[in-house]
Design a protein. Structure first.
Length: 338
């Protein structure tokens, strides 16, 4: 393995963290990775996505269609936070979500390929917003049998990941002077009634993944404190544990007469295979996997905790980062032996 020392792994992780790659601004870090992988001897393709943005697809020499692909995303949520380091941890935006994971995958691929395992690497843009990079990659699949996707699961194999249903709830009313509310019709009050109805719904549950949950993430509306509001909107997010046909019908019925529900995005609930001897978990978050259906049988695992991802103090434990290299190598070897 050319990333033979711990210092190499930690140093590359910090270099990637210190290269800003907030969603939409991934080009610099993608270019750094492409050059790094070319230097290691990989055949590297810059898979165009949008404008100057591109995915990085790297394969061992003379192996255009490896059976195993390790993949994660290069983009991060804002704001950019540069790296710092203690004896036990690496801090900074993307340390666990997902630049540390990315480095562990490179190191594991090096080990697998040194043993003749032939593993490819697929690093994607846009996961934190809309999985645009994954959608583009899915139209250019390369015949892989297995996809190991990296997200912070504390080095446990996810046997399922919840899906996402985003709903925009719009209420309309009639403006009037607030001294004469009987003349107007408050869109805000209608929206509040609709939201209360939704909060009372019995949401579906799943014996593997647990309950579907609702988050009311954003509410906007009104003109001024002394004006009856003619417009109000709420943005909702359901974490899915199964199909949505019945749930959509329930939502539409619950808000009828108060608001209109627009279903703006759905990412399906997924279940994954496990590997003997590796601890499992349920991922309550979504990943790029539903957009990578043409890249082989998916598995989901990575170092770091989702509870510190997207926070000011995001970090990755150095021990988990090194353990992830061993895990990715062991899982990859297990899959390739099949």
């Amino acid at each position: 393995m050319r990333y033979a020392s711990y210092m190499d792994v930690f140093a590359l992780t910090r270099r990637l963290i210190d290269t800003e790659s907030t969603t939409g601004l991934e080009t610099e870090v993608a270019d750094r990775l492409a050059r790094e992988l070319s230097h290691l001897g990989y055949d590297v393709e810059r898979m165009a996505v949008e404008g100057e943005r591109f995915n990085v697809w790297a394969t061992p020499p003379n192996t255009p269609n490896p059976a195993l692909v390790l993949s994660t995303h290069m983009d991060t949520v804002p704001p950019f936070i540069p790296s710092s380091e203690t004896e036990d941890r690496i801090y900074g935006r993307g340390s666990c979500d997902a630049k540390g994971i990315l480095v562990a995958q490179i190191a594991a691929a090096e080990r697998l390929n040194a043993k003749g395992g032939r593993a490819g690497l697929l690093f994607l843009v846009g996961e934190e917003r809309d999985s645009q990079g994954a959608q583009v990659a899915n139209q250019q699949a390369r015949g892989a049998r297995f996809l190991i996707n990296g997200e912070p699961t504390e080095n446990k194999l996810a046997v399922a990941s919840k899906g996402t249903l985003r709903v925009e709830l719009v209420a309309r009313g009639k403006m009037a002077h607030s001294a004469y509310p009987e003349v107007g019709e408050s869109a805000i009050e209608k929206l509040l009634d609709a939201l209360e109805n939704l909060r009372k719904l019995m949401l579906p549950t799943n014996s593997t993944a647990g309950p579907c949950t609702l988050n009311i993430g954003l509410i906007e509306g009104g003109r001024a404190p002394n004006v009856i509001a003619d417009y109000a909107v709420a943005h909702l997010l359901y974490r899915l544990v199964g199909p949505t046909d019945e749930l959509r019908e329930q939502i539409t019925a619950a808000v009828a007469g108060k608001a209109e529900a627009d279903f703006v995005l759905e990412i399906p609930y997924m279940e994954f295979t496990s590997v003997p001897g590796i601890e499992t978990m349920i991922a309550k978050f979504t990943t790029d996997i539903p957009a990578l259906t043409n890249w082989g049988q998916p598995l989901l695992i990575g170092p770091g905790s989702i509870h510190v991802a997207h926070t000011e103090g995001e970090y990755i434990e150095k021990r988990q980062l090194l353990d992830a290299i061993e895990l990715y190598t062991a899982i990859g070897s297990h899959l390739l032996q099949q």
